[in-house]
Write a protein that binds this ligand. Structure first.
Ligand code: NAD
Length: 428
């Protein structure tokens, strides 16, 4: 049988496994295996040359029992309804595990944003909001940036929503630019959050972080700050990162055995996380194939690109030395690969715990918008560290007390909270 890499069936499979362990009732499963609501939209946008292009978009609200739906918006050519459904479902678990009072949602538009001009991107963002403004809002559903979207786009969307409703409403969207309703620390939050969970895992596993080496997949927002935190906060070494080369239509691993120079690599990387490989070669970096990152002899693997990257095939290439897999990306590991990690005793920090720093800081942004009072970066990062450490501890203790794999423990913690909220609201 071929491996399932459909993100939504993968998310359902993970849920079913834990639903069985917990002996969940049929009606709870029926409620949680599917999104509560989803919107499929066609978005017409005027191009700079006067022509019209129509884009396919999605917004999915998986569950809002614990608070308004929350989740990013992706601009990606391979986006599908099922990917968005899976990501929305994972957001429900992520907000619950991080213990922030929000539900799960996600959105996507099928396109490569690098093919649009700045003006075309702005018109697309505004058109997206015009299609959906009735069903999003600070008390309904709050989007945020994700793959292919950025703070500027969030700013345009917040502006369009505020114009339509006639009220300045910064809380409709998070990840806005600082000075335009955004929170300090949001840019770093997901990557740093990954590192806080790795630090906690190393404490439990009695590993000296200064002696460790990591390999990272991706070199976008999450990967860059995870690399920075790993090097600067944990004192470890990062030997490679990887990226998707748009021109060659393939992925490459960019590596240096004695450790990457982060500032240099960031200086030759564009806003989409694409590295200039010729400039890297000149500085003595090796350019290897896209899967090379997973084969490295390292202590920590940080997949921080896209879903389904650690699968039945690639997991066979993971070196015996690997002790921790910190899932910066959403859904990077397929259930088949998970089985291999379980058997080998690899400590996996599951995605919706590991990368919850982004949504936690988005929540802080919403709180600051509501108060109309803004915290310093230090305050934000301190609060973030507290939240991530508590979330990690909760899942770790569940994993020990129930003798289950970290991903199953995270699901147990999350499902319990969501089910309680649904019961309190009289839904079950
Ligand atoms: P990004 O667009 O900033 O960067 C993505 C990076 O992955 C780029 O460097 C790109 O070249 C690379 N990439 C794409 N396909 C690849 C492939 N096949 N092989 C190797 N590299 C590849 O995106 P991001 O915001 O860093 O998000 C990365 C992952 O983290 C996604 O799964 C996203 O959903 C998840 N995530 C992001 C946030 C956030 O706050 N940005 C929060 C939680 C989870």
């Amino acid at each position: 049988m071929s491996e399932n890499t459909n993100a939504f069936t993968m998310a359902q499979q993970q849920f079913d496994q834990v639903a069985d362990l917990l002996g969940l009732d049929h009606q709870i499963r029926e409620m949680l295996r599917f999104p509560m609501r989803e919107y499929h939209i066609r978005i017409p946008v005027r191009m700079d040359d006067g022509s019209m292009r129509v884009f396919q978009g999605y917004r999915v609200q998986h569950n809002d029992a614990r608070g308004p739906a929350k989740g990013g918006l992706r601009f990606h050519p391979a986006e599908t309804a099922d990917t968005v459904r899976a990501l929305a479902m994972w957001m429900t678990w992520k907000c619950a595990v991080a213990d922030i009072p929000l539900g799960g949602g996600k959105g996507g538009v099928v396109l490569d944003p690098a093919t649009l001009s700045m003006d075309e991107k702005e018109r697309l963002c505004r058109a997206f909001v015009r299609s959906l403004w009735r069903v999003i809002g600070p008390r309904q559903d709050v989007p945020a940036p994700d793959v292919g979207t950025n703070p500027q786009m969030m700013g345009w969307m917040m502006d369009e929503y505020s114009l339509i409703t006639g009220q300045y409403t910064p809380g409709v969207i998070t990840g806005k630019p600082v000075g335009g309703g955004g929170s300090l620390g949001r840019t770093e939050a997901t990557g740093y959050g990954v590192v806080y969970t790795v630090r906690e895992a190393m404490k439990r596993l009695k590993i000296d972080s200064t002696q460790t080496v990591a390999a990272i997949q991706g070199f976008g927002n999450v990967a860059q700050y995870a690399a920075e935190g790993f090097i600067q906060q944990l004192g470890g070494k990062v030997v490679c990162v990887s990226y998707w080369d748009r021109e060659d239509r393939t992925a490459y691993t960019v590596s240096k055995a004695d450790g990457i120079d982060l500032d240099f690599l960031m200086g030759i990387t564009d806003q989409y996380g694409t590295i200039n490989k010729d400039a890297a070669v000149k500085e003595g970096y090796a350019i290897e194939d896209g899967d090379a990152w997973i084969t490295k002899e390292v202590d920590v693997l940080i997949p921080a690109a896209l879903e389904g990257q650690v699968n039945a095939t690639t997991v066979q290439k993971v070196h015996d030395r690997v002790k921790i897999v910190a899932e910066g990306a959403n859904g990077p590991t397929t259930p088949e690969a998970d089985e291999v990690f379980k058997e080998r005793g690899v400590f996996v920090i599951p995605d919706f715990l590991c990368n919850a720093g982004g949504v936690t800081t988005s929540y802080f942004e919403g709180v600051q918008n509501d108060m109309n009072f803004y915290w310093t970066k230090e305050e934000v990062l301190e609060k973030l560290d507290d939240k991530m450490t508590q979330a990690f501890t909760g899942v770790y203790e569940m994993s020990r007390s129930q003798d289950v794999y970290m991903r199953d423990a995270a699901y147990m913690v999350a499902i319990d909270k969501v089910v309680k909220a649904m019961e309190l609201r009289g839904w079950l």
